[in-house]
Design a protein around this ligand. Structure first.
Ligand code: FES
Length: 155
């Protein structure tokens, strides 16, 4: 096991006796590592007495979970109904153009990952997006340009 995967053991130990603990454990792994690496699947499968295929099935069913390390900045654009009705699709297309990477992708320089997500809880203030941990509501094309200025630039 690599050192990078060490937190998974601690997370598995902390959740193994909790009913339905696999989901919170997966969330905790992603919180700790930024994604859920393949090596974590075996650790979690053993901890929760599941097959690797079962854990893998849960992991791939939910789009929220990343299987690859994200870029240094993560931009999430809401594509759920309310945001879609308020220009969410155009917002995502503009974000792709401004950031230079497609949805579901990390730019080649590793600076930014662009992810579509399904509801950020700001439906009454659509369209919405999130940049790392910060939520933004009522995102107009102009506001998007301001928000993304500097995102993914050389650090
Ligand atoms: S639909 Fe976009 S925040 Fe809920």
């Amino acid at each position: 096991m690599t050192e990078a995967i060490a937190p998974v053991e601690r997370i598995a130990d902390a959740h193994r006796d909790i009913p339905g603990g696999l989901m919170p454990a997966l969330h905790a792994v992603q919180e700790a590592l930024g994604h859920v690496p393949e090596e974590a699947v075996a650790v979690l499968a053993q901890a929760f007495n599941r097959s690797r295929a079962e854990v893998h099935g849960v992991l791939t069913y939910y789009h929220f979970f990343r299987r690859e390390a994200p870029g240094r900045t993560v931009v999430q654009v809401c594509r759920a109904e309310s945001c879609q009705a308020c220009g969410g699709e155009d917002l995502l297309a503009r974000a792709e153009a401004l950031l230079g990477c497609k949805a579901h992708e990390t730019r080649a320089d590793g600076a930014v990952t662009l992810e579509p997500v399904y509801c950020l809880g700001l439906c009454a203030s659509s369209p919405a997006l999130q940049i790392d941990d910060k939520l933004h509501a009522r995102v107009t094309p102009e506001k998007l340009e301001r928000l993304l200025a500097g995102v993914g630039s050389a650090q």
